[in-house]
Design a protein around this ligand. Structure first.
Ligand code: NAG
Ligand code: NAG
Ligand code: NAG
Ligand code: NAG
Ligand code: NAG
Ligand code: NAG
Length: 519
């Protein structure tokens, strides 16, 4: 009797214990969910700017956006694709529209000295700059009102993705951050992509890279998401990014591909929405348009909500460039291979995240055209090993990485990345000999990267043994030959395709997702 009594008690006790555990688990799950949902309204309320009805529908693009606005569900992306045809039929945008804005010299290439295939682009630095105008901050107002309408698609998508996976992810993300090789994995089709509309983001996205505004009709490339093999990659959310970057500054320094990554990040953080609260703080960094130039050397924007600054500075070579005769407009420049760009030297202390890149400007034609003369140790270079283009590039990449690394002890909070080379895809020729990249079938050359090592041996070698991290995007980008601007270059010189730069939204978004996962 007594034993039975105690037995009952034990059973009851176990039952109570089990219920307690279950309840705890439920409560935990519940609080997590509500915690998440409580985050959401604040985000979307910042994103949903203007519920007003469009004032007029003057061109095809606008009416297309109206359609888009009505169906702003997760599947809007798919609808958009279907709608593109009618937009064109309405006599909308032509690829030559806005061709005066944001021109960038396509892809000029002369030598094949380097082992990694790259090179192309620009002639004169000054030329480059003249050809490009900063992303317009004042687009047509009606466009913006339209886009503001119910178009918090990315935020909604994020929410969905997060709800289903956050619990399982959150604990593992931190541990994965360190060891994970994000470069290894595969491309998958995901209807939650792209993270912003290529019709929007006019505040940040140069029209020359907005392939949705051209005559291109295939947009399958927008739907691809990179999935690392050995780790979960945290879902990008603009609000999470800003929160993590509270009171911080992220700087991209590099060539036009770095600028693409910068514009991509601005679009990702804003979801492509017009943001009137974002401040242009270029002045703080001396990024103002000089007299006679068409655009400044870079841009800097601040999100006041979190006091987060994102900036880009144009440095194609990651060298310090010094006019040999400042009074002569046609002066040669000392290209100090062993000195960081003056801008980086001056502002490094203000950066919390730094993303460097270089590569495509390293060819003899460009150096000559820019009148850049290699200097080492403050004197014209006499070292034969460094004098070749590949030698000079190697020397410079190692120098800049070592310099940044040497600064890290002083700025322990600084996360420094060197982004590996972005591949070109000129088939059947080169940029100037009819090379093309007009394949429209994604991943026709495979969808997986299984290598453990980076395909960019120069960059991976340079960061090896330092605390500078490699943002390794080369191999995964190799698989994306269909994602370039291709023949739809606004410049549209017959026979010349841009198989260097990428459509946005597009591949650089993935680079930023991988970057975000490591912040
Ligand atoms: C909205 O989507 C639904 C189904 O997805 C479709 O039937 C309808 O035509 C769409 N409306 C517009 C205005 O695109
Ligand atoms: C688009 O531009 C091309 C030249 O770039 C021109 O031949 C064509 O007529 C234009 N189409 C429209 C609809 O404006
Ligand atoms: C916008 O979305 C909200 C809910 O997400 C919905 O209640 C509202 O009717 C939508 N507005 C329009 C104009 O589609
Ligand atoms: C914004 O962040 C910077 C550091 O990046 C800090 O120095 C500054 O005080 C912050 N401003 C405000 C208003 O908190
Ligand atoms: C690149 O530079 C590093 C450091 O100076 C050197 O160790 C390496 O051998 C160089 N690589 C090539 C391919 O020149
Ligand atoms: C990094 O350097 C070590 C030796 O210093 C070498 O064993 C290793 O292969 C290098 N890794 C890469 C990716 O270059």
């Amino acid at each position: 009797m007594k034993g039975a009594f105690y037995g009952l008690k034990i059973t009851q006790a176990s039952l109570i214990l089990i219920s307690f555990v279950c309840a705890t688990v439920l409560i935990l799950a519940w609080t997590k969910t509500t915690f998440l949902t409580s985050l959401i309204p604040s985000q979307s309320s910042t994103v949903l700017l203007n519920p007003e009805i469009p004032p007029d529908l003057t061109d095809g693009a606008v009416s297309e956006k109206v359609l888009e606005g009505k169906n702003s569900s997760k599947e809007a992306g798919r609808d958009k694709v279907a709608v593109v045809g009618s937009e064109k039929a309405l006599g909308g945008k032509n690829s030559s529209i806005e061709s005066d804005r944001d021109k960038e010299e396509p892809v000029r290439l002369s030598s094949s000295e380097s082992t990694i295939k790259e090179e192309p682009s620009k002639n004169l630095v000054t030329d480059d700059k003249k050809k490009e105008i900063p992303p317009s901050i004042t687009g047509s107002e009606s466009d913006k009102l339209l886009e503001a309408k119910n178009s918090s698609k990315p935020a909604e998508k994020d929410v969905v993705g997060t709800r289903s996976s956050k619990q399982s992810k959150s604990s593992s993300t931190l541990t994965e951050k360190k060891g994970c090789n994000y470069a290894k994995g595969k491309w998958v089709i995901d209807d939650s992509r792209p993270l912003y509309s290529g019709f929007g983001c006019k505040q940040w996205l140069s029209s020359m890279w907005a392939c949705r505004l051209t005559q291109r009709t295939d947009f399958e490339y927008e739907k691809l998401r990179w999935q690392p093999k050995e780790c979960r990659m945290e879902e990008f959310m603009g609000s999470k990014f800003l929160k993590r970057m509270q009171d911080k500054t992220l700087a991209f320094i590099g060539d036009s591909l770095g600028r693409q990554q910068f514009q991509s990040l601005m679009c990702m953080v804003t979801g492509g929405e017009e943001r009137h609260d974002v401040l242009d703080v270029g002045k703080e960094y001396g990024l103002v348009k000089a007299r006679g130039s068409v655009r400044p050397d870079g841009w800097a924007y601040r999100f006041p909500i979190t006091n987060t600054t994102i900036l880009y500075y144009w440095s194609a070579s990651l060298c310090d460039l010094e006019p040999l005769d400042p009074s002569n407009p046609a002066t040669d420049y000392a290209m100090h291979l062993d000195r960081p760009p003056a801008f980086l030297h001056r502002f490094l202390h203000k950066f919390d995240v730094l993303v460097l890149n270089t590569g495509h400007h390293w060819n003899r034609g460009k150096l000559n055209a820019n009148r850049w003369i290699m200097y080492v140790g403050g004197l014209p270079n006499t070292n034969r090993k460094i004098a070749s283009i590949s030698g000079a590039k190697n020397f410079t990449v190692y120098s800049i990485v070592r310099w940044v690394n040497s600064r890290l002890p002083k700025y322990p909070g600084l996360k420094a990345f060197f982004r590996s080379i972005s591949p070109r895809h000129f088939f059947h020729g080169d940029w100037n000999t009819g090379g093309t990249c007009d394949n429209t079938t994604p991943l026709s050359g495979g969808k997986e990267v299984l290598l453990d090592e980076s395909s960019d041996h120069l960059a991976s070698g340079a960061v090896n043994g330092t605390d500078v991290k490699l943002l390794d995007i080369t191999a995964l980008s190799e698989l994306r030959d269909e994602g370039h601007i291709s023949r739809y270059s606004i410049k549209a010189t017959p026979g010349v395709q841009d198989c260097l730069h990428w459509c946005l939204p597009g591949l650089p978004d993935t680079w930023n997702e991988i970057l975000f996962a490591q912040l």
